[in-house]
Design a protein around this ligand. Sequence first.
Ligand SMILES: Cc1cc2nc3c(=O)[nH]c(=O)nc-3n(C[C@H](O)[C@H](O)[C@H](O)COP(=O)(O)O)c2cc1C
Length: 173
Amino acid sequence: MNQAEILKHIIQSRKSTFPKDYTSDEIPQPVLEEITSSAHFAPNHKKTKPWRLRVFKGLEKTELGEQLAQIYKETTPPEVFLEKKYFDIAAKISKANAVITISVNFSGLLPEWEEVAATAMAVQNMYLTCTANNVGCYWSTPGMMKHLDRFLGLEENQKCYGLFYLGMKKNED
Ligand SMILES: Cc1cc2nc3c(=O)[nH]c(=O)nc-3n(C[C@H](O)[C@H](O)[C@H](O)COP(=O)(O)O)c2cc1C
């Protein structure tokens, strides 16, 4: 395949893969680095590079899962609170080999939507790099993300726009 065919193949085969379809295998560190560094090649107006990506693995990832479950508990009225959902939150995080939090830094130099758009393009780069490396991934935007600011140490002009789950893909039958 020439370059154009390879690119077309990667774009067309990209899809979201959810943690239930990840193996417990480790994503090789150089691959994980390739994925995160690909984000930084996204186009961005006035070179603001607005994406703020933080990789969670191991114990830190467990703490992120516990934090999300806690947020669910604290922000859900008791009459709609589901214990199963509460436990599923941390379990889903533990099924992923890595989770990258996606936040946007608003520089004040541009309309906010441009910084969100540039960040979405950075996420697409990660999706495509995952695809090329047989890594499953997906962008998740749970309501709890609005309450992650303090946990992530975000500043006033920064906001969390979701979680990017990653794991080696199970072989498709
Ligand atoms: C901005 C954005 C937010 C998303 N949030 C969620 C989400 O919260 N939960 C979810 O299951 N999928 C989420 N997705 C993934 C979409 O569901 C998925 O891309 C869509 O179903 C198309 O499937 P594909 O990615 O395999 O083409 C999100 C995708 C984008 C681009």
